[in-house]
Design a protein around this ligand. Structure first.
Ligand code: NAD
Length: 498
């Protein structure tokens, strides 16, 4: 099968064609496993955004808006097939770009991207209106119509999976899209765009413009013909977008950061809770670079020391740092140099604030002493799984999102204290609860201020289940039929029968 990526650079995807950025500028994307540039992606600007939005607008009012829903569903199904054919190549591109372990992307991310397209294909022709009984003199009915052109802004940690949830819903609802990948890991999204046109989508329905957030992202946010921005990224960026979207009164949906509590009670089944806490997205493949990372590990004081020792043993046995493309690797590097420096500075800060490193705290080549591939990985952005013990919730390392394989273990003494600590954060994305007590489990599901609560599990995410945040972790939902409404507007029609 012919590959999708050719050469050492990949252009924007606009109106069904691969195009160079209008300003001729390119950005180098670095392979974080080795710290070397591997591909160039467009460093585009507002001219490319104008071009892409015009293409999307023309496609919307051309064939897309009036296309029968069943045909739209068929195209989404065909896109699933097309993406499935190229899954391994897409996974390899993404992992080279952002350091996520290839084995994880092949087993998890790409199959879920395919399933999301199928899920949204299933929804596309089940969009129903309703009639409302006003009285005999009026026939009143409600239509759920697409918005038009939607801008989708994606971060670097899991570009394809995050994109698929939004783009599937947006297309199923009948919108055209302009996608803006993160400048640090744009290649997989630039590549996947061609799969939609290959599947038979009219040109211009799916477009991608790559470039800096403050340039391309900003132009998309301010564009008067873009009716909605759906963004996953940091809370800080979302604030900026909110201000700049105000003049055009755009609809907004944000999936943002987190500082999620993972709470282990003394009655927990430790056979489950130890791996659960160890792999609560902090010490897994993406090296803690995931929004739902259980980065505050709350442990009942009576089992605190024992539990942390068990977590250390589990991590030592199961986590293997290495090149993302090596299938033995279970934890990759930090995605890019600036983020690596940020994680380092937080580890330093934690020490200064008085937390003690229980394990980890090793950076770069220190992680590969004595290993055969040490030289090859010397320039990579590796951080060992790091656990702070003796942390308190007022420390900055417990309040700010680190976005690396660093977790803070905080002791608690009773349920009320656990709940108070868990909710004492301006974030509200996710939470985990480990207990055998059903009443306690229900109480915490009810009282935790988070968009997702897992009981005796962590990081279960599915395209059919709504996903999103409370508080400063955002608003709007990805996944599940609820998210479809976010890409529609409601029209009420009145036919006079008097
Ligand atoms: P970021 O906010 O820096 O960037 C996200 C995207 O926004 C990128 O494409 C970037 O180019 C773009 N952007 C930046 N400035 C912009 C501007 N002024 N206007 C428009 N677009 C702009 O976030 P990041 O560092 O790439 O990603 C990490 C963050 O994403 C973390 O906070 C993490 O928790 C969050 N995240 C959330 C979820 C979720 O589903 N809740 C999932 C993954 C990541």
């Amino acid at each position: 099968m012919a590959g999708l990526l050719h050469g050492d650079r990949i252009g924007n995807w606009i109106d069904g064609r691969r195009v160079d950025p209008a300003n001729g500028e390119w950005l180098e994307s670095v392979d974080p496993s080795v710290g070397k540039a591997w591909i160039r992606v467009p460093g585009g600007d507002a001219q490319d955004v104008d071009h892409a939005v015009a293409a999307a607008k023309a496609a919307f009012s051309g064939s897309w808006r009036s296309m029968p829903a069943t045909q739209r569903a068929g195209l989404l199904r065909a896109a699933a097939v097309e993406i499935g054919k190229h899954a391994e190549e897409l996974a390899t591109i993404e992992c080279r770009d952002n350091g996520k372990p290839l084995a994880e992307a092949i087993a998890g991310d790409l199959p879920s991207v395919v399933e999301m397209m199928n899920y949204w294909a299933g929804a596309a022709d089940k969009i129903h209106g309703e009639t409302i009984e006003i009285g005999p003199t009026s026939h009143n009915f409600v239509r759920h119509e697409p918005l038009g052109v939607v801008g989708i802004i994606v971060p670097w940690n899991s570009p394809l999976a995050i994109l698929a949830a939004k783009v599937g819903a947006a297309l199923a609802a009948g919108n055209c899209v302009v996608l803006k990948p993160a400048e640090q890991a744009a290649a997989s999204i630039l590549t996947i765009a061609a799969c939609f046109d290959a599947a038979g989508f009219p040109h211009g329905v799916v477009n991608v413009v790559s470039g800096l957030g403050e340039v391309v992202g900003d132009a998309l946010v301010r564009h008067p013909d873009v009716r909605k921005i759906a963004m996953t990224g940091s809370t800080e960026t979302a604030r900026r977008i909110s201000e700049r979207a105000a003049p055009t009164l755009k609809q907004l949906a944000f999936e943002l950061g987190g500082k999620s509590p993972n709470i282990v009670f003394a009655d927990a089944d430790l056979e489950l809770a130890v791996p659960g806490a160890s792999t609560s997205a902090v010490f897994t493949g993406g090296a803690g670079q995931t929004c739902v990372a259980g980065s505050r590990l709350l442990v009942h004081a009576s089992i605190y020391d024992d539990f942390l020792e068990r977590v250390e043993r589990h991590v030592a046995k199961h986590v293997r740092l290495g090149n993302a493309l090596d299938r033995q690797t279970t934890m990759g590097p930090i995605a890019f140099a600036a983020q690596y420096e940020k994680v380092k500075s937080y580890v330093e800060l934690g020490r200064k604030e008085g937390a003690e490193i229980a394990f980890g705290g090793r950076f770069g080549p220190e992680n590969f002493d004595g290993r055969e591939e040490a030289e090859a990985l010397a320039g990579g952005y590796f951080v060992s799984p790091t656990l702070f013990r003796g942390a308190t919730n007022d420390m900055r390392v417990c309040r700010e999102e680190i976005f690396g394989p660093v977790t803070c273990a905080i002791p608690f003494h009773d349920d009320d204290e656990a709940l108070a600590i868990a909710n004492d954060t301006h974030y509200g994305l996710a939470a985990g609860v480990w207990t055998r007590d059903l009443k306690r489990a229900h109480r915490f599901v009810r009282d935790l201020e988070a968009g997702a609560v897992w009981v005796n599990a962590y990081r279960r995410i599915h395209w059919a289940a709504p996903f999103g945040g409370y508080k400063e972790s955002g608003y709007g939902r990805d996944s599940g039929l609820e998210s479809l409404r976010g890409y529609q507007q409601t029209k009420t029609a009145w036919i006079d029968l008097s």
